[in-house]
Design a protein around this ligand. Structure first.
Ligand code: DGL
Length: 273
């Protein structure tokens, strides 16, 4: 059983990928929809939420956890990794490596929440891995921009391609990046691939790296190779839990998962964990 958590819907970008790669694996997903967004909150609050999210997933005897949230991955991964006796993976290193593989001109953009961009975690990771992917490429130049309105837009359902509000927000945040000459952009928040159409409209021709997808690919490879062992998969069940009403999650999840199976969506009181 693999546990995945995010502040809300964004982690579905990782769930969808993991599901398509490991069809027999049982997955439990928690989206903290009652407390989203995380990315505008203090470090202390993000750590408190991450601990509660982990305690909830541990009640399902998970064999590994994917923190499908750039905000928690950049703020609290070390802390929860030290506190919980289960392999825990974040999205930062996987996305940084995928961007280093993809870039041709060494200019990499990073977008994420205020907390993620403020932490500098992606920049550190890109710089620390750059030499392994250099292949004669230049030292990476990194351009980072926080896009705090993107998460409320996704959670609010402003995800239909062409939506004018989402397009306007994308142009406002991303037009400064257009002048930087980046050829690769890390979507450092797992919500952002859901509005990749708007990001591509603002930054045409740029390779987008989904951090949730990159992390899911890495975790799936570790499970397939036997490095991470999971016990008794029972046929690829997917159970989702949220901390607010289930209807909104179900509606957006079904669009986003595009027919992929979700067995159940239930509401829990996360403050109890
Ligand atoms: N999906 C989360 C992330 O990757 C969104 C954070 C938030 O709730 O602000 O950062």
């Amino acid at each position: 059983m693999i546990g995945i958590f995010d502040s809300g819907l964004g982690g579905l970008t990782a769930l969808k990928e993991l599901r398509s790669l490991l069809r027999d694996e049982d997955i439990v997903y928690f989206g903290d929809t009652g407390r989203v967004p995380y990315g505008t909150r203090s470090r202390e609050t993000i750590i408190k939420y991450a601990r509660e999210d982990m305690r909830f997933l541990m009640t399902h005897s998970v064999d590994a956890v994917l923190v499908a949230c750039g905000t928690v991955s950049s703020t609290a991964l070390d802390i929860i990794s030290a506190e919980f006796d289960v392999p825990i993976f974040g999205v930062i290193d996987s996305a940084a490596k995928a961007a280093l593989r993809a870039t041709k001109n060494g200019r990499i953009g990073v977008i994420g929440t205020n907390a993620t961009i403020g932490s500098g975690a992606f920049e550190r990771s890109i710089r620390s891995h750059a030499k392994n992917y250099s292949d004669g490429k230049r030292e990476p130049e990194i351009y980072s921009v926080a896009c705090p309105l993107f998460v409320p837009l996704v959670e609010g359902g402003f995800i239909t391609p062409g939506d004018e509000i989402t397009l306007a927000a994308a142009r406002r945040y991303l037009s400064p990046l257009a002048a930087s000459g980046i050829d690769t952009l890390i979507l450092g928040c797992t919500h952002y691939p859901i509005i990749s159409w708007a990001i591509s409209a603002a930054l045409p021709g740029i390779t987008l790296i989904s951090s949730g997808r990159a992390a899911a690919d890495d975790l799936a490879a570790r499970i397939t190779s036997g490095e991470i062992k999971t016990k008794n998969p029972e046929g690829g069940s997917v159970h989702c839990y949220v901390s607010d009403k289930t209807e909104d999650f179900e509606a957006i999840a079904s669009i986003f998962m595009g027919g992929e199976r979700i067995d159940s969506v239930s509401k829990i009181d996360i403050e109890k964990y």
